[in-house]
Design a protein around this ligand. Sequence first.
Ligand code: SF4
Ligand code: SF4
Length: 339
Amino acid sequence: MGYLLTEQNMDLFLKKIRGDSDIFAPVRFRNGGCFSDTGCIRYGRIESIADVVLDEKSQYSFKEALLPISQTLFYFTEDTVKESSAPEKGAVIFLRSCDLHAVKRLDEMYLHSGNPDHYYERIRSRARFVLMGCSKAFDSCFCVDMGTNRSDNYDLSIDYQDGLYRLDCRDRDWARLLASLCEREQAVTPQYVTETATHVQIPENLDVRAARSTIWNEYDKRCINCGRCNFVCPTCTCFTMQDLYYSENGRVGERRRIPASCMVDGFTDVAGGASYRKKNGERMRFKVLHKVLDFRSRSGYNMCVGCGRCDDVCPEYISFSACVNKLADAMKEVGDDVR
Ligand code: SF4
Ligand code: SF4
């Protein structure tokens, strides 16, 4: 059912749902960018609808609401281990269609590939999603080519038009509340884009032979292995562990989970001092083929959702989408190789 709400009543709605949930949405952080005097849009807790940046793309994705940047898993002493507490409240997350498709990828990796991840599951099981409609595509988006420009598995959708918030609600409790707050009820369809300026074409014959192409060599020098492309990506999920010791003997402390990046030094280091992917081009190859080949061969759909954030954030202007568009040439180059 659809509802049209004023800003004031939208805030009353948010106030009600804040009773049992933290609300995460893209927020503008002035002077919060990576370089001096720059801002950024990333996820934060909101109290008012005016806090939400609806008309720009966030540089960082929603994933930090489901996978906190620093998450304590457990505390330990000399002879005890105590699990950290789950968040007291559930999570309501504002996100765009591509990102809602990314949630499916996170679920695939954290819930359906072997044993479910307990720490992800305890947040995810209490998460609800508010789809932010897209009235236009941003320059680097290629969601249409990745098939992620539309979503319908949301709890609530939101668009802002002509001074009113237009909502489509699929949650029964929220619908009752919205009916009591709305200006009027009216069928609402979330906005979505059908065309993007950036296009990608993943060759149908793409397979592991592409790994042998020389296209990866240019990234040996261009990439500076900063890892920014991984940290902004809504579908990059690698993590590492960090033990914080409270005592000098190292036997009392806590273990935290923090994000890791396949592009930075040390990611593939193994015992004995070896490292599998030393060159930056090899790391680029691994990342790109994981996003558009390896994951699909296991799950049946691409890992990349075409949000374009990695293209926006790279300090070396390396474009993931441009690299994907080189894969057809890569396959031609290695076409006669035996697997
Ligand atoms: S591709 Fe760009 S963002 Fe990613 S590690 Fe290399 S330089 Fe950094
Ligand atoms: S690889 Fe780039 S475009 Fe694809 S989902 Fe990740 S950040 Fe978005």
